[in-house]
Design a protein around this ligand. Structure first.
Ligand code: SF4
Length: 366
């Protein structure tokens, strides 16, 4: 078996990349802003989903300066549906810092990139290597899987020592890549993990670096990377209020700017405490977060949604209140808005599914 890294390893990988690299818009661009934006959008998100968002976002904010100066709600609106909204808020905060501290140009070193909001070790390495050709490691889930197989690495990858060792291996490889081909090397490893060295049933027969792969020789591909057993995600019940005024408009509430789904709009809602039902949680929440005493009526729809670290079942109830003078005590803002116009607001995915359900119920009545 041939060693990794070696000239033969890089030749095989880079030849394969030269022949197979997909013509993605951010790959055709050398503009660091484009590469940064693509890297942020691609976190936890598939390429096919990102493509239209990437085009729309760049059409609206063609420069770092334009992004820095945009109204935050417009940025969130253009991100709506991509999820993980802190990415959008951090992107804009980083753009503002790049304008004020770096004359509008992304810094080139990993150290300086790491100081910007929303840029972690992986993204800093990806930008430094792809946009600026620096020999920096970019270790995401795909590349980590490739490495654990190439080296037949058997430690559970969640362990801090395993993370440290895998980063060291990734850095060693990035430094050994031929100078002038660092950007291609980084992207080749990402593509190899996504297209060939897939989590289940890796396509080893089509793999350009099979001759270097210890897991292939040992027949252990299916059990690499090794993972520690996972705890079940906690599941929360949430009650949401569909409250309408005499004009038929619905009450929407904007979440505070920081934290989960910060700045997005939703139906006023609250999470049930231990033995609480979603109806009781909703009555309490309306009182605490909106200073509103409301009757919680018919259950209109139920929506299940999974976040990274927990799951929710959102119960949307038709509610009635004597007085509609709600106060935004636990929210950044409140707005009455017609169901037909609600898409003007940036809204989280679970609430958009409630809106779709309300619209189909309305269509059935017409
Ligand atoms: S030979 Fe198979 S397991 Fe090894 S890197 Fe290639 S696809 Fe992955």
């Amino acid at each position: 078996m041939q060693p990794v890294p070696s000239d033969a390893f890089f030749d095989a990988l880079l030849d394969w990349y030269a022949q197979n690299a997909p013509k993605l818009p951010w790959r055709l661009s050398r503009e660091p802003y484009h590469i940064w934006l693509a890297e942020i959008m691609l976190q936890q998100t598939r390429i096919a989903t990102v493509l239209p968002y990437y085009e729309r976002f760049l059409a609206a904010f063609p420069t770092v300066q334009a992004l820095a100066e945009a109204p935050p709600e417009r940025v969130l609106k253009l991100w709506e549906g991509l999820g993980y909204y802190s990415r959008a808020r951090n992107l804009q905060r980083a753009a503002q810092r790049i304008v004020s501290e770096h004359q509008g140009a992304l810094p080139q070193s990993v150290e300086a990139l790491l100081k910007l909001p929303g840029i972690g070790r992986y993204t800093a390495g990806a930008i430094a290597s792809i946009a600026f050709g620096k020999p920096a490691a970019a270790l995401d889930g795909n590349v980590m899987r490739v490495l654990t197989r190439l080296y037949d690495y058997a430690e559970p990858i969640e362990r801090p020592t395993a993370q440290q060792q895998l980063w060291q291996l990734a850095e060693q490889l990035a430094r050994a890549a031929p100078s002038g081909s660092v950007a291609a090397y980084t992207q080749a490893m990402m593509d190899l993990g996504r297209e060939i060295c897939t989590p289940r049933a890796p396509r080893c027969e089509a793999c350009p670096v099979r001759a270097f792969c210890r897991a292939y020789v040992a027949g252990t591909q299916a059990s690499r990377p090794r993972r520690a057993p996972k705890a079940a995600l906690p599941h929360y019940l949430v009650g949401a209020a569909i409250l309408s005024n005499p004009r038929g408009e619905l009450l929407m509430a904007q979440r505070p700017p920081h934290g989960l789904l910060g700045g997005l709009w939703e139906f006023p809602q609250g999470q049930a405490r231990q033995a609480e039902t979603p109806e009781a949680a909703l009555r309490r929440t309306l009182h605490e977060k909106l200073a509103l005493d409301a009757t919680v009526g018919e259950l209109l729809t139920k929506v299940r949604h999974a976040f990274t670290h927990f799951k929710i079942t959102l119960h949307a109830y038709a509610c009635r209140a004597e007085r509609l003078d709600a106060q935004p005590l636990g929210y950044a803002d409140l707005r009455w808005i017609a169901l037909a116009d609600v898409d003007q607001l940036p809204i989280a995915r679970a609430d958009r599914r409630v809106i779709a359900s309300l619209r189909s119920a309305q269509a059935r009545l017409l």
